[in-house]
Ligand binder design. Structure first.
Ligand code: ZN
Length: 446
């Protein structure tokens, strides 16, 4: 039959068949082009967002392993229509939404939100699946309308990169940034596998207290500085054996004439080197000297204020169970068995303020919710109200004092050096204390 078709028509049919094939191939290629699919998915989110107003982000922080945002949205008033519900969410490119637990306050048409009341809660960056997320404020109105609003950076802070704690020798990298697409500004979280951890980024930091000239507490021939160094080095090995990348603020090779009691804010002082470790958790190891009121020893874990105390509690519990010791009986600043929160009280604030006036510098902005222990306060950035910013000229400058990224820090007082039972136990079984802490970290990181 085909033979009956005139030759020129055959050529036309073959040509068009060929053209059709090309068109089909091009279409299939286009439909499966990852870049094009991505653009289409982005377009879908773009179309979903109300472009008339933005959410103003006034503050965003990372403290330890958690991310938090604060902001406001001023919705144009429509008579008779009220706001029924507000939800801060992450929306991925597949359209899946993850709600971020937040507190909302609606006054007239101004919506204010904050993701947490506790600095170590909020969005858990450690368990965020690999994906590309848009942070959106979802508002449901009384007429059943649902609108999505995108986030605009009205704070002084810049884009952030976070690396998750090493698990099975791998890390995720999370880029938190504000982006602009056409006339839309939005907050974007991109979670991807990290090729490797940068040299200057650690999982855990250990700070054996004192050192150099400063020997800390003493008992007989023993010094706190020497005992906590032994503990710190042992903890480092244990954590490294568990697969963590560990930074230690001193390893015994430091200059013995170094004035560590006064140089913590210097360029190479412990505050700055710890901040520069970009660790998620900091464990500062110390020993008390004598418990005057009780004449008994025991363990005390000092936690940051305004913080979920589960991890602090786990550290204390593990030490008591593993190292055959007990919780301290000290009542001052105690918030749970073995867990203490020491903030500035009014008398401390008065003393600090008058010292500032006497020495001619501006008083620090201390409140009764500012942590008193400098290692906890100064490594947490704005989350813990770090304040050593060079106004007190007798100190150096904490270069991280105004940072929105902070390390979740704990000061662990392992026991009392002048209580014989404690001293013997620490000298002979320090590795048990460290095994307990390492296990608490392992539980925390998983
Ligand atoms: Zn100490």
């Amino acid at each position: 039959m085909i033979n009956k078709i005139p030759k020129h028509l055959k050529i036309v049919i073959i040509f068009f068949s060929f053209l059709m094939c090309i068109l089909i191939i091009v279409k299939i290629k286009n439909d499966t082009n990852p870049q094009k699919i991505l653009e289409e998915k982005k377009e879908q989110i773009y179309n979903l967002i109300d472009k008339t107003i933005f959410v103003d982000v006034s503050k965003y922080t990372i403290y330890g392993t958690h991310f938090n945002i604060e902001g406001t949205l001023d919705i144009v008033k429509i008579s008779g229509i009220k706001i029924n519900n507000v939800d801060l969410c992450l929306r991925d490119l597949e359209g899946k939404e993850y709600s971020i637990k937040s507190n909302f306050n609606i006054q007239d048409n101004l919506v204010s939100f904050s993701t947490t009341e506790k600095i170590n809660e909020g969005l858990d960056l450690e368990n965020l699946p690999i994906n590309n997320y848009y942070v959106l404020l979802k508002v449901t109105f009384s007429n059943s309308d649902v609108k999505y609003y995108s986030l605009k950076n009205s704070s002084e802070y810049k884009d952030l990169t976070y690396y998750t704690i090493t698990k099975n020798q791998t890390n995720n990298k999370i880029d938190i940034s504000f982006k602009q697409s056409k006339n839309l500004q939005y907050m974007n979280l991109v979670v991807e596998k990290a090729v490797s951890l940068p040299d200057n980024v650690y999982d855990i930091a250990i700070d054996p207290g004192h050192g150099g000239k400063d020997k800390g507490a003493k008992s007989g021939d023993y010094t706190e500085a020497e005992l906590v160094l032994k503990c710190g080095l042992d903890l480092k090995t244990k954590l490294e054996n568990l697969g963590f990348k560990v930074f230690i603020s001193r390893d015994g090779t430091e200059n013995q004439s170094e004035d560590t009691a006064n140089n913590m804010y210097n360029e190479n002082g412990r505050v700055n080197i710890l901040n520069n470790s970009h660790a998620k958790i900091l464990l500062s190891l110390h020993l008390n000297e004598y418990n005057y009121s009780k004449k008994t020893g025991g363990v005390e874990v000092y936690a940051p204020c305004n913080c979920n105390l589960d991890f602090a509690s786990k550290i204390a519990e593990n030490i008591v169970n593993t190292a055959n010791t007990h919780y301290s009986e000290l009542k001052t600043f105690k918030v749970q068995e073995g867990v203490y929160v020491r903030n500035f009280n009014n008398a401390d604030i008065l003393a600090f303020t008058s010292r500032a006036q006497k020495n001619g510098y501006e008083p620090y902005n201390i409140t009764t919710s500012t942590p008193y222990l400098y290692i906890i306060r100064e490594t947490g950035g704005i989350s813990t109200g770090a304040f050593v910013d060079g106004r007190n000229t007798s100190y150096g400058k904490n270069t991280n004092y105004n940072s929105n990224v902070g390390i979740e820090s704990y000061q662990i007082e392992l026991g009392y050096m002048k209580i014989e039972e404690d001293l013997n136990n620490i000298v002979n079984n320090y590795d048990k204390y460290m095994e307990a802490i390492a296990n608490a970290v392992l539980q925390f990181a998983n």
